[in-house]
Design a protein around this ligand. Structure first.
Ligand code: KE4
Length: 458
């Protein structure tokens, strides 16, 4: 069967028959409008972006300026179409611009964009989160994952009366000062030594350990008796690349925190409602004391949340003394998009479909990498995946650093030119959606095969 490789150009699809020689579409893909718009953005916003990782710095690439998204696809302002594996960094798990989400928002917006007052939609989404996430008996909505993590740390400290917190190298919990210690995501991507502007006094209470290293955590507890408020982690790491917990790691943290009178906090901003409807905690059967959420629960609008046992959450103002507030928290549009997204995810067979799609993708990528003699290790859990261009296993951030980032940069460019949009960093995870069909997965694996051939020959 002749494989056709589909490329959208100038708004119409041009079919290119795959030839025996590998053609690089670099000189066909026109991104001149993206180049122009991004160049003018340099004088308007730092790095021309609203969030660092979007600048494509670590892949030495030319950022693509989006015009619109739909289902598994994104189109740039030059009319090129991409199969999107970022999905707005997680929210688009049902596919971009899902018609039912759009319709629900169109109806909601007629009643206003923000109330700054209680609304029934908050009750509805809160109940859905409480019914779904095992650790959550009560929840507070905020406007981002960063806000959720900031607030949850304040709550951990208030509840225990202790100031220190343990995080893991390479994990990212937003950009609040106290978390910018050996952080992942954009901090790791840009190779920043944490961040200037963060006072040593702020981070002196942030202790770090290698992911998957229970002995290191035990040591921190013994060196800091009765001083550690808790342990916060990504139950599956998506900000140092994709790293899964070793068997017994999460269970060990649950025991260690309980033994030491400290709290266990799962930052499920990325994994929440993606790894399963109840998040990673439901999938792995380890229940934390507190959970942070974001991304998916906003369905693409700005939302974050934190929740846990009522006896802890009731410390939050105005029911308790721990202050946290937000102008747009619980706004009706974000609540509407979140409600509809969770309703779609709750349908029968959702997570089986996501699991099948994503594991087929990753196994296909690894097969063609091996076929072309490219070192690779990686995997997937439900609709989250990742790979490193090195020999495995990768169990922590230190081991992740052995990935070949320079080769990844070339791969990223090749894939972009073949119409596949991957996270522009070795230290990010990839995301699929309910909208990714077998056709997109097959096209993507084909594109990886062609790209790996180019990398091998150059
Ligand atoms: P936000 O403030 O970006 O909504 O959430 C911060 C956050 C907290 N916790 C986890 C586990 C997260 O993954 C994030 C944010 N994720 C990144 C992607 N690696 C957002 C993308 C970006 O920074 O542009």
């Amino acid at each position: 069967m002749t494989n056709f490789f589909l490329i959208s150009k100038l708004g119409h699809d041009v079919l290119f028959q795959k030839t025996t020689t590998i053609y690089k579409v670099t000189d066909i893909l026109n991104i001149s409008n993206s180049q122009e718009v991004f160049a003018s953005a340099q004088d308007l916003m730092p790095g021309g972006v609203s969030s660092p990782v979007r600048a494509f710095k670590s892949v030495n690439g030319q950022p693509i300026v989006f015009d619109r998204v739909k289902g598994p696809f994104a189109w740039d302002i030059d009319g090129n179409r991409y199969i999107d594996y970022i999905g707005s960094w997680g929210p688009a798990i049902c596919g971009h611009a899902h018609p039912e989400v759009i319709t629900a928002l169109q109806e909601a917006i007629e009643k206003g964009t923000s109330f700054g007052a209680p609304c029934v939609l908050e009750n509805k989404l809160a109940q859905m989160v409480i019914d779904a996430v095992p650790s959550v008996e009560m929840v507070r909505f905020v406007n981002s994952g960063t806000e959720a993590c900031m607030a949850v740390l304040r709550l951990m400290r208030a509840y225990t009366g202790r100031d220190k917190v343990i995080k893991f190298d390479g994990c990212y919990h937003g950009h609040a000062d106290m978390f910018l210690v050996k952080a992942g995501s954009g901090v790791a991507t840009l190779g920043l030594p944490d961040s200037p502007g963060v006072p040593r006094t702020t981070t002196s209470n942030t202790l770090t350990a290698p992911y998957n290293d229970l002995e290191a955590v035990k040591k921190l507890f013994s060196e800091n008796p009765d001083a550690i408020s808790g342990v916060i982690l990504e139950p599956i790491v998506g900000n140092a690349g994709f790293i899964t917990p070793e068997p017994g790691f999460l269970e060990g943290l649950r025991e260690l925190t309980t033994e030491n009178g400290a709290l266990l906090v799962f930052d499920e901003v990325m994994t929440g409602f993606r790894i399963s409807y109840g998040g990673a905690q439901e999938r792995f059967g380890v229940i934390p004391d507190l959970t942070t959420l974001g991304k998916v629960i906003g369905g693409g609008l700005p939302v974050g949340a934190y929740g846990g046992r009522k006896e802890i959450m009731s410390l939050i103002a105005p029911s308790g003394p721990v202050y946290q507030a937000g102008t747009l928290s619980g706004n009706p549009l974000a609540m509407t998009a979140g409600i509809k997204t969770l309703e779609l995810l709750k349908q029968e067979g959702t997570y089986e479909k996501l699991e099948t799609t994503t594991s087929r993708l990753v196994e296909g990528i690894k097969d063609v990498a091996n076929k072309n003699g490219i070192e690779i290790t990686g995997g997937s859990v439900s609709a989250m995946f990742g790979f490193f261009l090195c020999d495995g296993p990768v169990r922590n951030f230190e081991e992740a650093k052995s990935t070949n980032s320079e080769l990844f940069g070339k791969l990223h460019r090749e894939m972009l030119n073949k119409g596949v949009y991957l996270a522009p960093s070795s230290y990010e995870a990839g995301f699929t959606s309910l909208a990714h069909t077998e056709e997109e997965i097959d096209q993507t694996i084909e594109a990886f095969d062609q790209s790996f051939k180019v990398l091998k020959d150059n």
